[in-house]
Write a protein that binds this ligand. Structure first.
Ligand SMILES: [Zn+2]
Length: 305
């Protein structure tokens, strides 16, 4: 992705040095992936991976939903924001990664503002919080092991950038645009929050059993993938995608599919426990959004997935 020199979002909150202070009360609010017992030798590794999986699920706590769907005017400004913040974040690699994240976030802001406007709506920019180790959000405490997440209660995406290394080394999903896809997926949840899809999901899942709630969750997640594809569609139109970018994103979607991850981590799959979708489903919906750029092609609730 030809991102250098493009606008960087000023909606980044860098909290990498002070991470909210421990797991004292309440406990983490992540969803557990419901996979039955028998964690053998690699139990703790499996657990970490499952928490990562769970992290992709993200904070659907009904009590956290504000539900008013907007009101804030997107912070405009076409300026490139200089990183004059935290002097402690000295590592150049990390700073470049931060700039990349800020640029991708800015691209999502521009794309979604345009789409909302075209539909007579106002897009409210989400914040993106960079953290290390652990963080306190409106959705509770979270650890880096839970992976990036979106909290509907405070309209923020939470990201520990070490996840990108994990994505590369552990999940076999390398490439810049694989990372962009992760961010765009979380922003997709924000779009679901603003449009009321997420609160509807929360209402519906109240009366559901676990298996049924998982199926519903898959539809929510696949839609976020499709929205990430819609974003990629418009990003491609700007001429800033490079050869292999979309392939990186599609490969990431494949590597983090429920079936692929479960096979890799535990050697077998438990389809009832899928809550993000299979590799094939995730690739299909990401590609679908990418192909047309139309939100109407992302209706995972009224179409077979
Ligand atoms: Zn998700």
């Amino acid at each position: 992705m030809l991102w250098k020199g493009r606008r960087q979002s000023d909606n980044i909150e860098d909290e990498r040095s002070d991470s909210g202070g421990g797991f004292g009360g309440g406990g983490p609010r992540q969803f557990r992936v419901p996979i039955g017992g028998r964690a053998g030798g690699g139990g703790s590794i499996i657990f970490v991976i499952l928490v990562v999986l769970a992290g992709w699920y993200f904070g659907f706590d009904p009590s956290q939903i504000l539900g008013e769907g907007g009101g804030l005017v997107p912070g405009g400004g076409g300026q490139i924001t200089e990183d004059s913040s935290s002097p402690d974040s000295g590592a150049p690699a990390s700073d470049e990664m931060k700039q990349f994240v800020a640029t991708v976030l800015a691209e999502t802001e521009d794309t979604w503002s345009g789409i909302f406007k075209a539909n007579g709506l106002t897009y409210e920019d989400p914040k993106l919080v960079l953290f290390s180790s652990q963080i306190r959000s409106a959705c509770g405490f979270a650890s880096s092991a839970a992976g990036p997440f979106y909290c509907p209660g405070d309209h923020k995406v939470y990201l520990d950038m070490t996840f990108f290394q994990q994505l590369d080394q552990q999940f076999g999903a390398s490439g810049e645009f694989a990372r962009a896809y992760v961010i765009a997926h979380e922003v997709g949840h924000h779009v679901q929050n603003l449009t009321g899809i997420m609160s509807k999901f929360n209402q519906m899942r109240q009366g559901m059993g676990e298996a049924e709630a998982n199926q519903m969750s898959v539809r929510v997640e696949l839609q976020a993938d499709c929205f990430a594809g819609v974003w990629a569609h418009y990003t491609a139109q700007k001429g800033i995608l490079e050869q292999g970018d979309m392939e990186s994103a599609l490969n990431a979607a494949k590597q983090i599919g429920d079936d692929t991850l479960q096979k890799k981590m535990q050697g077998y799959v438990v389809p009832e426990s899928f809550n993000h979708g299979t590799s094939a489903q995730r690739q299909t919906w990401l590609a679908r959004g990418y192909k047309s750029g139309k939100l109407s092609d992302c209706d995972t609730f009224n179409n077979p997935v």
